[in-house]
Design a protein around this ligand. Structure first.
Ligand SMILES: [Zn+2]
Length: 642
């Protein structure tokens, strides 16, 4: 007898179609839960898994209940898991996939942030899942077979099909109705799916995907993600709609059940490697060591903390629960992250599993900054932490506004002076005053005189005059700049050329503002902290200008981007000047300068000086006559004096 003609559908495909339609009727959902299935059947490959061999839910006991809620017997249609990186979120999805293919087949859609990531996930995670688990390998054909129904983005199995796609592809998201919808890393999804070449907006990819499940009464939706930014986080939004479960673990000393929180991780001064977890019970405060963790996890239980919508089971936990890390490793991560807001965002998202409040979103209050000014007098002597001085200048129609800023280790900063030079930019006088301001020197307690190392002057409305002024002072690192919004580095890799072929530097002001606003929120002196002196220049008006702008999230062509705006009529020269002074620092760093190296040299000078005299000598004050010789301060003679 002849076999079926080669152009006819294979018996397998026909069978798959029939099973597809009647899957629910033919195969009642079994009693086994997803976690029980994984313990019984799943084998982790030697290639892709950190701990190869049989899957053991006991290793990460907090995943059990999540997988139970994803089982067909569960009453929940949506399961939300807001998680740190590397805790087993993808494993939950893979176990569910295995369960679907083996025991509860149906049309299944897996959505990754992009089609590329979906392909990678399929090759690196789904293929080994199937190959290493016998019950799955016998249900999905080998991709090397002809007409196997097994490609990278689509895998047929008896009674169903798995389609993997990207949240950026509306075609993929619309490809088929799905009973099971598995959405991975939803916070990395674009704001809108697009059709590709045309770039037409298609709406929220999560909504698009969920609409494909509408016809299935027994649908099941999983959303898993590490959170990102507070205003736009989808996973946090979904978690807030859920019953908000948190994982409580018992203290090994007193037995009190508690949620692991970062504030309870403690370590001796400068010895993060020796960190421990401190029980939060007032009568205990016992030290919990790393070796206690596994047992605590096994005895842990999820507790819902909100009524929720009845359909959504929500789970949140942070990296403190990870069986693969120690308190000490986390403390070291934290100390590294603390040095910059960018690293702090990564730590907040991937370790604490919390959304990050973007700079400007919760505004720093001008009054608070005014209240925390400090008594230092840079006109007499610099604060010892200053190791470098830069200037930012903002040119207006009738004046130049300047800020002189001192920088220390880890970009801790000291505002030294804010100067307004009135005058007509078309007249020489204004530029003479500016030149003298840029020639100022300061006395440092180490005994050296400190000059201004670099300056940025905004070319604003008078580009060619500013360029001429700056080019004559290029050897003093006085740069003509132009601020530009949008995603660009604070200091450009190359300068642009203006019409007359003179160099002009395009400064990324959004990144500068973001860095500054994050730093204004730091309340303890140290990395990134901004010091302001008690002086008339730094009055409430100054701080109102400094905090004049807010950052909002806007959507254009389906992509979220941040936009800085100020209230109409509000002034912001102080903010601009500060950002340009920061850009001047970045110009030096881009050229290989290191604040830490400079700080070390100055610390050595300070130590040697202390050694000479035994006590630190107060430096004699400069005679007032010296200051009188500086005509440029006449407009604001009081700029250093209260
Ligand atoms: Zn305790």
């Amino acid at each position: 007898m002849r076999s079926a003609a080669s152009d006819a559908p294979s018996p397998e495909t026909i069978l798959a179609g029939i099973m597809f339609a009647f899957a629910a009727a033919l195969r009642p959902d079994p009693e086994l839960s997803v976690s029980e299935w994984a313990d019984q059947y799943r084998v982790l490959s030697r290639v892709s898994a950190g701990e190869p061999g049989r899957w053991r839910t006991a290793r990460t006991p907090f995943l059990r209940e999540i997988m139970e809620c994803l089982s067909p017997a569960s009453a929940y249609t949506r399961v939300v898991f807001m998680k740190p990186a590397q805790i087993g979120g993808s494993e939950v999805l893979l176990n569910m996939l295995g369960y679907i293919i083996h025991l509860a087949p149906g049309p299944t859609m897996l959505v990754e942030p992009t089609v590329e990531l979906a392909k990678r996930f399929s090759r690196q995670r789904i293929a080994p899942l199937i190959e290493n688990t016998a019950a799955l390998a016998e249900r999905v054909s080998d991709p090397r077979e002809r007409d196997s129904g097994n490609t990278i983005l689509a895998k047929e199995f008896p009674g169903g099909v798995l389609v993997a796609t990207g949240a950026n592809s509306s075609v993929g998201l619309r490809s088929m109705p799905a009973r099971y919808l598995l959405m991975d890393e939803v916070d990395a999804y674009p704001a809108s799916a697009s059709t590709g070449a045309a770039g037409t907006e298609e709406g929220d990819p999560v909504d698009l995907a969920i609409r494909r499940t509408a016809t299935f009464a027994n649908r099941q939706i999983a959303m898993v993600s590490t959170p990102t930014i507070a205003e736009t986080s989808r996973i946090e939004q979904a978690y807030l709609e859920s019953d908000q479960r948190k994982y409580y673990v018992p203290c090994p000393h007193c037995g009190m059940f508690q949620v692991l929180r970062w504030a309870q991780v403690k370590w001796p001064d400068r010895k993060p490697a020796e960190a421990w977890y401190e029980c939060e019970a007032a009568l205990c405060h016992g030290r919990i060591a790393d070796h206690h963790k596994q047992q605590m996890l096994e005895r842990g239980r999820w507790r819902a903390e909100a009524p929720g919508d009845g359909d959504t089971a929500g789970f949140w936990l942070n990296g403190l629960y990870s069986p693969w890390t120690t308190w000490g490793a986390l403390a070291k991560d934290f100390l590294r992250a603390r040095k910059s807001p960018e690293r702090m965002q990564t730590f907040t998202n991937t370790v604490l599993a919390e959304t990050f409040q973007q700079a400007g979103a919760a505004k720093t209050d001008a009054g608070e900054l005014l209240a925390r000014r400090e008594a230092y007098r840079p006109d007499r002597i610099l604060p010892p932490g200053v190791v470098l001085i830069t200037v930012g200048g903002d040119l207006q129609a009738d004046r130049v506004e300047l800020e002189i800023v001192g920088w220390g280790r880890d970009e801790e900063s000291w505002s030294l002076a804010y100067v307004v030079l009135p005058g007509d930019p078309a007249q020489r006088e204004l530029w003479d005053m500016l030149d003298q301001a840029l020639s100022l020197t300061f006395d440092h307690p180490c005994g050296r005189e400190m000059k201004i190392a670099a300056a940025c002057v905004d070319s604003g409305f008078h580009q060619s005059i500013v360029q001429q002024f700056c080019n004559q002072r290029a050897h003093r690192r006085v740069y003509p700049i132009k601020g530009a919004a949008g995603q660009r580095p604070i200091w450009p890799r190359m300068h642009s050329k203006a019409k007359d072929n003179r160099p002009l530097w395009i400064v990324g002001v959004d990144a500068a503002k973001e860095a500054l606003y994050a730093r204004l929120k730091i309340t303890e002196p140290g990395p990134g902290f901004c010091h302001f002196p008690i002086s008339d220049q730094y009055d409430l008006g100054y701080f109102e200008q400094l905090t004049a702008e807010t950052c909002r999230v806007r959507y254009t062509k389906g992509f979220a981007h941040r936009e800085w705006t100020k209230k109409p009529g509000a002034r912001n020269e102080a903010l601009d000047a500060r950002c340009y002074a920061y850009a001047a620092l970045q110009s030096l760093i881009a050229g290989g300068f290191r604040l830490s190296r400079q700080a070390q040299q100055i610390e050595e000078l300070l130590a040697a000086k202390d050694g000479d005299t035994g006590v630190q000598q107060p430096r004699p004050q400069q005679p007032a006559a010296n200051r009188e010789r500086e005509p440029w301060i006449t407009p604001r003679r009081d700029w250093f004096d209260r």
